[in-house]
Design a protein around this ligand. Sequence first.
Ligand code: PXG
Length: 297
Amino acid sequence: MKIYIDGKYYDKDDAKVSVFDHGVLYGDGIFEGIRAYNGRIFRLEDHLQRLEESANAILLKLPIPIKEIEKAIIETVRLNGLKDAYIRLVVTRGVGDLGLDMRKCKAGATLFIIADRIELYPEEFYEKGLTVITSTIRQKGLDQVTPGVKSLNYLANILARAEATAAGAQEAILLNATGHVSECSGDNIFYIKAGKIFTPPTSAGILVGVTRNVVMELCEKKLGNKVIERNFPRYDLYSADEVFLTGTGAEVISAVKIDGRVIGKGTCGPTTKNLIKHFRDYANSSGTPVYEAVKAK
Ligand code: PXG
């Protein structure tokens, strides 16, 4: 495996960052999780835009222009010979001293890119659906570092996921300060009731998922069913016909049990099934080419 760090490629065992990196010392940085399907990087522009927006929000100057980052991502996938991949891109504040002052990170931001094979939920989860719980951990408020920033501070999400695991579930829902549903530890959430599709708005405190946006487009274009963004309590999930989650890792996946309540018929519902198909068709037939780009040179 070849890993990109600041313009050079390293073997896995040699790919290291400093213990003085503020990403390590303080979680001071941002990341993106990106997928490649069939030799093409899915929605790369969307991920790069979110990266730029996250960088801007935390006053982080990206070490190289976004076009160069795009090239580095493509090259990392290519060097590793991957067609289907999970790409993790991380930008840290870089090496500083032991204080909080970001001005001490004089060398500037560090960028690294890992392209690996993907680990997915087994196919049976897509047919049977996931078990989900509500976490005791609350979503960060909008007056804190907004959940819209994909920052390296993922402890709340990690602990929420641990609660799910301890309860024999696969995912955890985070409620926000007003008790409304925001999102899951690594996925956005939707529900369907009486033919209408709902998802929390950005003001509920969510990461605006790339997959969420794609699914909203597919709902409108392929199902003729525009998703309604509204705040809702957990109760609306319990009484929904179908609930599904979206994320780069999970794609589109049904949630069939929430806090012990069976949702709808307790199996992946027809609309979710349809969306999974549309999503997979689209993911496998779009994206930035990794290999043709090289041939064209
Ligand atoms: N909400 C949160 C909190 C996330 O971390 C999503 C929603 C979905 O966003 P995208 O853009 O992926 O549709 C995420 C992203 C993993 C993993 O290994 C997944 C995410 C983050 C980190 C790791 O499954 N999901």
